[in-house]
Design a protein. Sequence first.
Length: 346
Amino acid sequence: MFSALRLVGLCFGLLFLAGLFLVHRRQRLRFLERMLGVGIGLAVIVLSIWPNSADVVLGAFSFDRGGGIRLIGLLVFSTLTMFLLVFVALARSNRLERTIDHLVRELAKREYRREHAQIGAPICIVIPAFDEADNVAAVLKGIPASACGKAVRTLVVVDGATDDTEAVVRQHGQGTVVYAINRGGGSALKAGFDLAIEGGAEIVVTLDADGQHLPEEIEALVRPIADDRADLVVGSRVLGQYDADSRVRATGVVLFNWLCSALMMRRITDCSSGFRAIRAEGLSRLQLRQQQFHTSEMLIDAVKKGLRVMEVPITIRRRQSGVSKKGPSLRYGLAFARAMIGTWLR
């Protein structure tokens, strides 16, 4: 006779296999996912019908019969299986995120190519902008026509803005790449980088659209590359000056610089600076995957790839209006550290 627990297990196993079949018909599970699901369903059914079939495996891990020990062993293996399923689900979610990001980026670039003639310039300024309608105009007005004797063009990537950022940028006659949905500054920059390299840029400069970076300091970042003394130049608020918007974030700057310096085994004074200039040839060698935490990723990957990295003093002002897009300090800090360590390990 079947006990109530075995009967429940048998029903669960059968329903699980039936559900797996339906899911596979709708969205075509990958081979590993399909085999893992079938294995779990069959294991539950077999254990429900022949409970002693697991004795060999459980005994090998000292989960012997008697006193409920075998049931505890089954719970342990069930928990491990659950963690494996969570890992598979996360991997699938990450693949989906990458696919969506690639799709949004490619659609935005395709639309840009349809609207704009590809006009090249030796220096391309790439600005990611999300809901910065009140700030981006002043930034665009301050960008010089040339730097170090080289012509400058500007490319603004409107990252799924919900305000009038796109309209403001277009009013200033700048190259405008428009994301249908917000994907993060790192993703927006990748679209800008692709188009800058396509246009024949020799040097690519990035700065924020919130007005915290001073466009008149662009030449200071470009100069070491133009003089062939560096491949990546990072603007450092620590070497220069900045208005800290909060004590917590000021402390975070110090801690992350210490961590980055320890990982790179060299002194880094501002690993989170988004005001940078990089040689296009070096940029094409980097693997940039981060959608949001792109500043340390570029720096760390550049050092790992052997690019000559230099820091120069810059000035960081408080944003003139609006709020920071970085979110809660603790959550942002943990994600930033994870991105930094992940880039160093890969």
